[in-house]
Design a protein around this ligand. Sequence first.
Ligand code: ATP
Length: 204
Amino acid sequence: MPSTRQIGLTGGIGSGKSTVATLLAERGAAVIDADAISRASTAGGGGALPAIAATFGAALIGADGALDRAAMRALVYRDAGARQRLEAIVHPLVAQEIDRQAQRALDAGRRLIVFDVPLLVESGPRWRARVDRVLVVDCDPATQIERVMARNQLPREEIERIIAAQVTRAQRLGAADAVLFNGAGVTLTALHTQVHTWAARFGL
Ligand code: ATP
């Protein structure tokens, strides 16, 4: 039986990671979305909520039973240690759920597992050690800004602030085993073609 390849998929905001992940999933990859898992852990019924209530108080849980993000933001603003305490609750739960989903894909004999991790490079050598390859979706900042403005109606300054808080394009490229360019001039059709080529290389 062919072994399962495991790749980390990353890229800056609006670079096209989700689009690439969806295309790889259509080709049969099991996609594990780290951000979605993280969000679910603090959404209504999420696994992190009991520990959040115990650590920060029930006032941090909204009427809908989910983490009150505005209240948490205000707390983190007042108390710098609160962010670390929140991360100490959320990160292990997210790691556990990622492991669970990966094991399920392995048990199902999937040929490719794609870990969609926006902050893969930011999170240090942990992911590097875990995956066979790091695939970076590369995009020039002007195109990132244009796409996110169109998608989220966010002001340009807000997107620039997010880009500045992420690792630089050069740092991300430095961590790449494979690069998929999805910047200025690359149409969605051209992106599809590139992804299909990579899917074949990854055994799909
Ligand atoms: P984020 O980090 O913000 O979650 P992302 O890296 O997952 O973003 P996508 O959501 O895949 O990026 O892409 C951002 C937007 O740009 C989406 O609206 C998507 O449809 C669009 N897009 C992606 N690639 C292209 C392309 N080659 N041509 C035109 N639009 C594109």
